[in-house]
Design a protein around this ligand. Structure first.
Ligand code: HMH
Length: 182
């Protein structure tokens, strides 16, 4: 995944305010994802429970991490969602009603693309390096691989990921230009 936002994280040209704006929206997204994934766990096959439950704990850790970043950087996380964040919440809501194979495949895709994005930005300019390292952690990569195995086993149709890919691309740009360039 490539995006001007990620290039700017890598070369250090991203304004700190743009990064902070992205971070606050992503904190909202992770909260939405936690709910979606908790509901998915409740209807998942027996063999998927451990991976999904582990992922839930990681999402709670991620929310703690956002709180720490906000405290350290003087960020206010109590912001209103931007349109792309609301659109993503809507998609997760629709995935609640989708069959398990479609929902698990969408979950894999959104984590996979996110990982690829940060890998593209790595190692990141000094100002962002700690964050980039956080999101390219080998433990996270292993989790994405495990989700891929679950998605393969479930055998969803390929169109399960199209909307996820579009929203992931739009999400990077939203905090920079209001989503005008996606
Ligand atoms: C936009 N996609 C987006 N944010 C995230 N934090 C993840 C995926 C992974 O949790």
């Amino acid at each position: 995944m490539q995006h001007p936002f990620l290039d700017a994280v890598r070369d250090g040209t991203l304004p700190a305010t743009a990064f902070a704006g992205w971070l606050t929206q992503d904190a909202l997204f992770v909260r939405d994802l936690l709910g979606f994934q908790a509901r998915l766990l409740a209807r998942a096959p027996r063999g998927a429970e451990r991976v999904l439950a582990g992922g839930l704990v990681s999402l709670v850790d991620e929310l703690d991490w956002f709180d720490e970043q906000a405290r350290a950087g003087g960020l206010d996380l109590a912001v209103a969602p931007l349109p792309v964040t609301t659109a993503y919440a809507d998609l997760l809501g629709r995935l609640d009603a989708a069959r398990y194979p479609v929902a698990i495949t969408a979950l894999w895709a959104l984590e996979r693309v996110y990982l690829l994005g940060w890998q593209h930005a790595a190692p990141g300019a000094p100002a962002f390096r700690d964050c980039v390292q956080h999101w390219t952690d080998p433990g996270f990569a292993a989790y994405v691989t495990a989700l891929g195995d679950l998605a393969d086993a479930a055998g969803a149709p390929p169109d399960a990921v199209a909307e996820v890919l579009a929203l992931e691309a739009a999400f990077w740009g939203a905090a920079v230009d209001g989503g005008a360039t996606g």
